[in-house]
Write a protein that binds this ligand. Structure first.
Ligand code: ARG
Length: 421
Protein backbone atom coordinates (compact mmCIF):
# COMPACT_ATOMS: atom_id res chain seq x y z
CA UNK A 1 0.00 0.00 0.00
CA UNK A 2 1.22 3.47 -0.85
CA UNK A 3 2.07 5.48 2.18
CA UNK A 4 0.05 8.60 2.77
CA UNK A 5 2.06 11.84 2.84
CA UNK A 6 1.02 14.47 5.37
CA UNK A 7 2.34 18.02 5.80
CA UNK A 8 2.27 18.91 9.50
CA UNK A 9 2.35 22.43 10.97
CA UNK A 10 5.16 21.78 13.46
CA UNK A 11 6.17 24.00 16.36
CA UNK A 12 8.50 21.53 18.04
CA UNK A 13 6.43 21.60 21.22
CA UNK A 14 5.02 18.53 22.96
CA UNK A 15 1.72 18.39 21.05
CA UNK A 16 3.17 18.54 17.56
CA UNK A 17 5.95 16.14 18.57
CA UNK A 18 3.37 13.57 19.61
CA UNK A 19 1.31 14.31 16.50
CA UNK A 20 4.24 13.51 14.22
CA UNK A 21 4.60 10.01 15.69
CA UNK A 22 0.87 9.51 16.03
CA UNK A 23 0.25 10.32 12.35
CA UNK A 24 2.94 7.86 11.29
CA UNK A 25 1.23 5.16 13.33
CA UNK A 26 -2.46 5.89 12.77
CA UNK A 27 -2.33 6.94 9.15
CA UNK A 28 0.65 4.84 8.05
CA UNK A 29 2.03 8.15 6.83
CA UNK A 30 5.25 9.90 5.96
CA UNK A 31 5.17 13.22 7.74
CA UNK A 32 6.72 16.39 6.37
CA UNK A 33 7.08 19.14 8.96
CA UNK A 34 6.47 22.81 8.23
CA UNK A 35 7.64 25.45 10.68
CA UNK A 36 7.19 29.16 10.07
CA UNK A 37 9.29 31.92 11.54
CA UNK A 38 6.86 34.77 12.20
CA UNK A 39 9.33 36.68 14.32
CA UNK A 40 8.70 34.84 17.56
CA UNK A 41 11.22 35.67 20.27
CA UNK A 42 11.54 32.02 21.20
CA UNK A 43 14.34 30.70 19.04
CA UNK A 44 13.50 28.22 16.32
CA UNK A 45 16.98 26.73 16.69
CA UNK A 46 16.64 23.05 17.51
CA UNK A 47 13.30 22.61 15.78
CA UNK A 48 14.92 21.41 12.57
CA UNK A 49 17.15 18.87 14.35
CA UNK A 50 14.20 17.70 16.38
CA UNK A 51 12.05 17.07 13.30
CA UNK A 52 14.87 15.03 11.75
CA UNK A 53 15.39 13.05 14.96
CA UNK A 54 11.69 12.23 15.04
CA UNK A 55 12.03 10.78 11.58
CA UNK A 56 10.25 13.40 9.50
CA UNK A 57 10.28 12.57 5.78
CA UNK A 58 10.91 16.23 5.02
CA UNK A 59 11.64 19.30 7.11
CA UNK A 60 10.77 22.87 6.15
CA UNK A 61 11.80 25.83 8.30
CA UNK A 62 10.59 28.96 6.56
CA UNK A 63 11.47 32.56 7.30
CA UNK A 64 8.10 34.28 6.86
CA UNK A 65 8.88 37.46 8.78
CA UNK A 66 8.92 39.92 5.92
CA UNK A 67 5.87 38.49 4.21
CA UNK A 68 4.02 38.45 7.53
CA UNK A 69 4.84 42.10 8.24
CA UNK A 70 4.12 43.44 4.75
CA UNK A 71 1.20 41.35 3.61
CA UNK A 72 -0.65 40.44 6.77
CA UNK A 73 0.24 42.86 9.57
CA UNK A 74 0.30 46.08 7.55
CA UNK A 75 -3.07 45.58 5.80
CA UNK A 76 -4.64 44.83 9.19
CA UNK A 77 -2.95 47.86 10.76
CA UNK A 78 -4.05 50.18 7.95
CA UNK A 79 -7.62 48.98 8.23
CA UNK A 80 -7.62 49.74 11.96
CA UNK A 81 -8.73 46.16 12.67
CA UNK A 82 -8.89 45.47 16.41
CA UNK A 83 -11.13 42.55 17.39
CA UNK A 84 -13.89 43.68 19.72
CA UNK A 85 -12.22 47.07 19.71
CA UNK A 86 -9.00 45.94 21.40
CA UNK A 87 -7.13 42.83 20.25
CA UNK A 88 -4.65 43.48 17.39
CA UNK A 89 -4.81 39.79 16.41
CA UNK A 90 -1.22 38.56 16.28
CA UNK A 91 -2.41 34.96 16.47
CA UNK A 92 -5.32 35.42 14.09
CA UNK A 93 -3.08 37.06 11.46
CA UNK A 94 -0.35 34.43 11.72
CA UNK A 95 -2.61 31.43 11.07
CA UNK A 96 -3.59 32.18 7.47
CA UNK A 97 0.06 32.62 6.50
CA UNK A 98 0.94 29.31 8.16
CA UNK A 99 -2.01 27.71 6.37
CA UNK A 100 -0.69 29.12 3.10
CA UNK A 101 2.81 27.66 3.47
CA UNK A 102 1.32 24.39 4.65
CA UNK A 103 -0.73 24.26 1.44
CA UNK A 104 2.35 25.13 -0.61
CA UNK A 105 4.46 22.38 0.95
CA UNK A 106 1.57 19.93 0.55
CA UNK A 107 1.54 20.62 -3.19
CA UNK A 108 5.31 20.49 -3.55
CA UNK A 109 5.58 17.23 -1.62
CA UNK A 110 2.52 15.59 -3.18
CA UNK A 111 0.72 15.31 0.14
CA UNK A 112 -2.89 14.21 0.30
CA UNK A 113 -3.42 15.74 3.72
CA UNK A 114 -2.21 18.45 6.07
CA UNK A 115 -2.33 18.31 9.85
CA UNK A 116 -2.28 20.87 12.65
CA UNK A 117 -2.10 20.77 16.44
CA UNK A 118 -5.11 22.96 17.25
CA UNK A 119 -7.76 21.87 19.72
CA UNK A 120 -11.46 21.63 18.98
CA UNK A 121 -12.29 24.57 21.27
CA UNK A 122 -10.27 27.32 19.69
CA UNK A 123 -10.37 29.68 16.75
CA UNK A 124 -7.10 28.49 15.29
CA UNK A 125 -8.47 25.20 13.92
CA UNK A 126 -11.01 27.23 11.92
CA UNK A 127 -8.36 29.63 10.63
CA UNK A 128 -6.14 26.77 9.46
CA UNK A 129 -8.96 24.86 7.88
CA UNK A 130 -10.65 27.81 6.18
CA UNK A 131 -7.22 28.76 4.78
CA UNK A 132 -6.59 25.26 3.45
CA UNK A 133 -10.13 25.15 2.03
CA UNK A 134 -9.42 28.34 0.08
CA UNK A 135 -5.93 27.46 -1.14
CA UNK A 136 -5.94 23.67 -1.46
CA UNK A 137 -9.59 22.58 -1.51
CA UNK A 138 -8.62 19.08 -2.60
CA UNK A 139 -6.37 18.47 0.41
CA UNK A 140 -7.73 16.77 3.52
CA UNK A 141 -7.18 18.28 6.97
CA UNK A 142 -6.34 16.13 9.97
CA UNK A 143 -6.62 17.56 13.48
CA UNK A 144 -5.20 14.81 15.74
CA UNK A 145 -5.88 16.70 18.99
CA UNK A 146 -9.60 16.58 18.17
CA UNK A 147 -9.60 12.83 17.73
CA UNK A 148 -6.82 11.26 19.73
CA UNK A 149 -6.91 9.39 23.03
CA UNK A 150 -4.66 11.54 25.24
CA UNK A 151 -6.33 13.46 28.00
CA UNK A 152 -3.33 15.14 29.59
CA UNK A 153 0.19 16.30 29.05
CA UNK A 154 1.36 13.38 31.18
CA UNK A 155 -0.28 10.86 28.86
CA UNK A 156 1.41 12.52 25.90
CA UNK A 157 4.78 12.35 27.66
CA UNK A 158 4.22 8.67 28.49
CA UNK A 159 3.43 8.01 24.81
CA UNK A 160 6.73 9.65 23.82
CA UNK A 161 8.67 7.69 26.43
CA UNK A 162 7.23 4.40 25.21
CA UNK A 163 8.70 5.28 21.83
CA UNK A 164 12.06 6.35 23.18
CA UNK A 165 11.52 10.02 22.45
CA UNK A 166 13.05 12.30 25.03
CA UNK A 167 10.86 15.26 25.82
CA UNK A 168 12.79 18.19 27.29
CA UNK A 169 12.66 18.14 31.07
CA UNK A 170 11.79 21.83 31.37
CA UNK A 171 8.91 22.37 33.73
CA UNK A 172 5.76 22.98 31.76
CA UNK A 173 4.51 26.55 31.89
CA UNK A 174 1.02 26.77 33.36
CA UNK A 175 0.11 29.01 30.44
CA UNK A 176 -0.62 28.36 26.80
CA UNK A 177 1.39 30.89 24.84
CA UNK A 178 1.28 31.78 21.17
CA UNK A 179 3.70 34.38 19.97
CA UNK A 180 4.97 36.25 16.94
CA UNK A 181 6.33 39.70 16.10
CA UNK A 182 2.87 41.30 16.25
CA UNK A 183 2.18 40.09 19.78
CA UNK A 184 1.90 37.36 22.38
CA UNK A 185 -1.35 35.62 23.38
CA UNK A 186 -1.44 33.99 26.80
CA UNK A 187 -4.20 31.86 28.29
CA UNK A 188 -4.85 28.99 30.76
CA UNK A 189 -3.49 28.53 34.28
CA UNK A 190 -4.58 31.20 36.75
CA UNK A 191 -5.89 33.28 33.84
CA UNK A 192 -8.92 31.01 33.53
CA UNK A 193 -10.55 32.88 36.42
CA UNK A 194 -11.46 36.28 34.99
CA UNK A 195 -11.87 37.64 38.50
CA UNK A 196 -8.16 37.19 39.21
CA UNK A 197 -5.61 39.77 38.15
CA UNK A 198 -2.99 38.16 35.87
CA UNK A 199 0.01 36.92 37.90
CA UNK A 200 3.20 38.84 37.10
CA UNK A 201 4.79 35.75 35.52
CA UNK A 202 2.05 35.49 32.91
CA UNK A 203 3.54 38.42 30.99
CA UNK A 204 6.40 37.53 28.68
CA UNK A 205 7.66 40.62 26.90
CA UNK A 206 6.53 43.79 28.64
CA UNK A 207 7.54 45.59 31.81
CA UNK A 208 4.72 46.17 34.30
CA UNK A 209 3.56 49.79 33.94
CA UNK A 210 4.26 50.48 37.62
CA UNK A 211 7.85 49.25 37.21
CA UNK A 212 8.47 51.13 33.96
CA UNK A 213 10.86 54.12 33.92
CA UNK A 214 9.71 57.28 35.72
CA UNK A 215 10.77 59.36 32.74
CA UNK A 216 8.75 59.35 29.52
CA UNK A 217 10.24 58.15 26.24
CA UNK A 218 9.25 59.81 22.97
CA UNK A 219 9.33 58.18 19.59
CA UNK A 220 8.57 59.76 16.24
CA UNK A 221 6.82 57.36 13.87
CA UNK A 222 6.75 58.24 10.19
CA UNK A 223 4.07 56.81 7.90
CA UNK A 224 3.73 56.73 4.12
CA UNK A 225 0.27 55.94 2.73
CA UNK A 226 -0.62 54.50 6.12
CA UNK A 227 2.43 52.24 6.46
CA UNK A 228 5.10 52.92 9.07
CA UNK A 229 8.50 53.52 7.44
CA UNK A 230 10.77 55.17 10.01
CA UNK A 231 11.40 55.64 13.73
CA UNK A 232 13.01 58.88 14.89
CA UNK A 233 13.98 59.68 11.32
CA UNK A 234 15.68 56.35 10.68
CA UNK A 235 14.22 54.36 7.79
CA UNK A 236 13.60 50.75 8.79
CA UNK A 237 12.24 47.64 7.11
CA UNK A 238 8.77 46.59 8.31
CA UNK A 239 10.27 43.78 10.43
CA UNK A 240 12.99 45.98 11.93
CA UNK A 241 10.51 48.71 12.73
CA UNK A 242 8.06 46.39 14.47
CA UNK A 243 10.83 44.73 16.47
CA UNK A 244 12.42 48.03 17.51
CA UNK A 245 9.06 49.40 18.61
CA UNK A 246 8.26 46.21 20.53
CA UNK A 247 11.41 46.71 22.59
CA UNK A 248 10.90 50.43 23.15
CA UNK A 249 7.20 50.37 23.97
CA UNK A 250 7.41 47.10 25.93
CA UNK A 251 10.09 48.64 28.19
CA UNK A 252 7.63 51.43 29.00
CA UNK A 253 4.82 49.08 30.01
CA UNK A 254 2.89 49.58 26.77
CA UNK A 255 0.97 46.78 25.07
CA UNK A 256 -0.77 44.78 27.79
CA UNK A 257 -4.39 43.79 27.34
CA UNK A 258 -6.56 41.69 29.64
CA UNK A 259 -9.66 40.64 27.74
CA UNK A 260 -12.70 38.43 27.92
CA UNK A 261 -13.47 37.74 24.28
CA UNK A 262 -16.08 35.97 22.18
CA UNK A 263 -14.60 33.05 20.28
CA UNK A 264 -15.97 31.87 16.97
CA UNK A 265 -16.88 28.50 18.53
CA UNK A 266 -19.27 30.19 20.97
CA UNK A 267 -17.10 30.27 24.07
CA UNK A 268 -16.20 33.33 26.09
CA UNK A 269 -12.54 33.08 26.98
CA UNK A 270 -10.20 35.14 29.09
CA UNK A 271 -6.89 35.85 27.48
CA UNK A 272 -4.14 38.36 28.04
CA UNK A 273 -2.07 39.87 25.28
CA UNK A 274 1.15 41.76 24.90
CA UNK A 275 1.43 43.76 21.72
CA UNK A 276 3.62 46.81 22.32
CA UNK A 277 4.38 47.70 18.70
CA UNK A 278 0.89 46.85 17.49
CA UNK A 279 -0.90 49.06 19.99
CA UNK A 280 1.56 51.92 19.51
CA UNK A 281 1.24 51.80 15.72
CA UNK A 282 -2.57 51.58 15.79
CA UNK A 283 -2.62 54.57 18.14
CA UNK A 284 -0.22 56.68 16.07
CA UNK A 285 -1.84 55.86 12.75
CA UNK A 286 -5.28 56.78 14.05
CA UNK A 287 -3.89 60.19 15.03
CA UNK A 288 -2.47 60.72 11.57
CA UNK A 289 -5.82 59.74 10.04
CA UNK A 290 -7.57 62.36 12.18
CA UNK A 291 -5.37 64.95 10.48
CA UNK A 292 -5.52 63.67 6.92
CA UNK A 293 -8.86 61.93 6.27
CA UNK A 294 -12.07 63.81 5.57
CA UNK A 295 -14.93 63.22 7.98
CA UNK A 296 -17.12 60.98 5.81
CA UNK A 297 -14.28 58.70 4.76
CA UNK A 298 -12.89 58.50 8.26
CA UNK A 299 -16.27 57.58 9.75
CA UNK A 300 -16.93 55.01 7.04
CA UNK A 301 -13.49 53.48 7.49
CA UNK A 302 -14.21 52.98 11.20
CA UNK A 303 -17.22 50.82 10.25
CA UNK A 304 -15.12 48.77 7.82
CA UNK A 305 -12.55 48.24 10.59
CA UNK A 306 -15.13 46.38 12.69
CA UNK A 307 -16.02 44.03 9.84
CA UNK A 308 -12.41 43.59 8.80
CA UNK A 309 -11.47 42.62 12.36
CA UNK A 310 -14.30 40.06 12.52
CA UNK A 311 -13.20 38.65 9.19
CA UNK A 312 -9.60 38.18 10.33
CA UNK A 313 -10.58 36.80 13.72
CA UNK A 314 -13.02 34.37 12.11
CA UNK A 315 -10.43 32.93 9.73
CA UNK A 316 -11.73 34.41 6.49
CA UNK A 317 -8.43 35.90 5.31
CA UNK A 318 -8.39 34.15 1.94
CA UNK A 319 -11.72 35.44 0.70
CA UNK A 320 -12.88 37.94 -1.92
CA UNK A 321 -14.29 40.16 0.83
CA UNK A 322 -10.83 40.62 2.35
CA UNK A 323 -9.17 41.59 -0.91
CA UNK A 324 -12.04 44.02 -1.52
CA UNK A 325 -11.54 45.54 1.94
CA UNK A 326 -7.82 45.87 1.19
CA UNK A 327 -8.54 47.70 -2.06
CA UNK A 328 -10.80 50.15 -0.22
CA UNK A 329 -8.36 50.71 2.61
CA UNK A 330 -5.33 51.16 0.35
CA UNK A 331 -7.18 53.78 -1.65
CA UNK A 332 -8.32 55.62 1.47
CA UNK A 333 -4.80 55.61 2.94
CA UNK A 334 -3.17 57.48 0.04
CA UNK A 335 -3.03 60.82 1.91
CA UNK A 336 -2.08 59.26 5.26
CA UNK A 337 1.56 60.32 5.13
CA UNK A 338 3.47 62.24 7.79
CA UNK A 339 4.59 61.61 11.34
CA UNK A 340 3.27 61.32 14.85
CA UNK A 341 5.46 61.62 17.91
CA UNK A 342 4.14 59.44 20.69
CA UNK A 343 5.03 59.72 24.33
CA UNK A 344 5.41 56.35 26.07
CA UNK A 345 5.02 56.53 29.81
CA UNK A 346 4.20 53.78 32.29
CA UNK A 347 1.77 51.96 30.04
CA UNK A 348 0.11 54.99 28.49
CA UNK A 349 0.36 56.51 25.04
CA UNK A 350 -0.12 60.21 24.33
CA UNK A 351 0.41 62.31 21.25
CA UNK A 352 3.20 64.80 21.48
CA UNK A 353 3.35 66.01 17.90
CA UNK A 354 1.51 65.35 14.64
CA UNK A 355 2.35 66.54 11.15
CA UNK A 356 1.42 65.78 7.57
CA UNK A 357 2.01 67.46 4.22
CA UNK A 358 -1.61 66.47 3.55
CA UNK A 359 -3.04 67.85 6.77
CA UNK A 360 -6.64 69.02 6.42
CA UNK A 361 -6.34 71.12 9.56
CA UNK A 362 -6.78 74.74 8.43
CA UNK A 363 -5.88 77.35 11.00
CA UNK A 364 -7.76 80.08 9.16
CA UNK A 365 -10.92 78.00 9.65
CA UNK A 366 -10.26 76.67 13.14
CA UNK A 367 -8.77 79.70 14.85
CA UNK A 368 -10.66 81.92 17.29
CA UNK A 369 -8.11 84.70 16.83
CA UNK A 370 -7.85 87.47 14.19
CA UNK A 371 -6.58 84.77 11.78
CA UNK A 372 -10.17 83.55 11.49
CA UNK A 373 -11.46 83.50 7.88
CA UNK A 374 -14.48 81.29 8.47
CA UNK A 375 -17.68 82.69 6.91
CA UNK A 376 -19.81 83.16 10.02
CA UNK A 377 -22.73 84.70 8.12
CA UNK A 378 -23.06 81.56 5.96
CA UNK A 379 -23.86 79.54 9.07
CA UNK A 380 -27.21 81.29 9.51
CA UNK A 381 -28.66 79.84 6.32
CA UNK A 382 -27.01 76.48 6.91
CA UNK A 383 -28.45 76.20 10.39
CA UNK A 384 -31.92 77.27 9.23
CA UNK A 385 -32.15 74.69 6.47
CA UNK A 386 -30.51 72.01 8.62
CA UNK A 387 -33.22 72.45 11.31
CA UNK A 388 -36.11 72.68 8.84
CA UNK A 389 -37.28 69.03 8.87
CA UNK A 390 -37.45 68.84 12.63
CA UNK A 391 -39.14 72.21 12.88
CA UNK A 392 -41.82 70.97 10.48
CA UNK A 393 -42.26 67.80 12.56
CA UNK A 394 -42.52 69.73 15.82
CA UNK A 395 -45.17 72.04 14.41
CA UNK A 396 -47.36 69.02 13.64
CA UNK A 397 -46.57 66.72 16.60
CA UNK A 398 -45.62 69.10 19.35
CA UNK A 399 -42.31 69.15 21.17
CA UNK A 400 -40.08 66.27 20.20
CA UNK A 401 -37.94 64.09 22.44
CA UNK A 402 -38.64 65.96 25.64
CA UNK A 403 -41.42 64.22 27.61
CA UNK A 404 -41.68 66.93 30.27
CA UNK A 405 -42.14 69.81 27.89
CA UNK A 406 -39.94 72.85 27.55
CA UNK A 407 -39.73 74.74 30.82
CA UNK A 408 -42.48 72.62 32.36
CA UNK A 409 -40.93 72.87 35.82
CA UNK A 410 -40.69 76.63 35.52
CA UNK A 411 -44.22 76.84 34.18
CA UNK A 412 -45.68 74.72 37.00
CA UNK A 413 -44.01 76.93 39.58
CA UNK A 414 -45.41 80.00 37.83
CA UNK A 415 -48.92 78.49 37.68
CA UNK A 416 -48.73 77.75 41.40
CA UNK A 417 -47.94 81.34 42.20
CA UNK A 418 -50.89 82.50 40.01
CA UNK A 419 -53.26 80.12 41.87
CA UNK A 420 -52.11 81.42 45.21
CA UNK A 421 -53.15 84.97 44.25
N1 ARG B 1 -7.63 34.12 21.51
C1 ARG B 1 -6.66 34.45 20.53
C2 ARG B 1 -7.20 34.24 19.14
O1 ARG B 1 -8.09 33.45 18.96
C3 ARG B 1 -5.35 33.72 20.72
C4 ARG B 1 -5.43 32.23 20.59
C5 ARG B 1 -4.14 31.49 20.82
N2 ARG B 1 -3.75 31.65 22.16
C6 ARG B 1 -2.97 30.83 22.87
N3 ARG B 1 -2.64 31.20 24.05
N4 ARG B 1 -2.55 29.69 22.40
O2 ARG B 1 -6.72 34.84 18.23
Amino acid sequence: MNKERIALAFSGGLDTTVILKWLEEHYNADVITVTGDLGQQKELIGVEAKAHQLGAAGVYILDLKEEFAKEYIFPALKSGALYEGSYPMATALGRPLLAKVLAEVARLEHCTAVAHGCTGKGNDQIRFEAGIAALAPDVKVIAPVREWEFRSREEEIAYCERRGITVSATKASPYSIDENMWGTSIECGALEDPRIEPPADAYQRTVAPELAPDVATSVQIEFKHGEPIALDGEKLSPVELIQALNALAGANGIGRLDLVENRLVGIKSREIYEAPAALTLHFALRELERLTLDKATSHYKAKIALDYADLIYNGLWFTPLRTAFDAFVSDVMKPVTGFVTVKLFKGSLTVQERWSPNSLYDLSLASYTELDKFDHAASEGFSKIYSLPIKTYAKVNGEVGNPHGVGSKVFEAFAQTLLQH
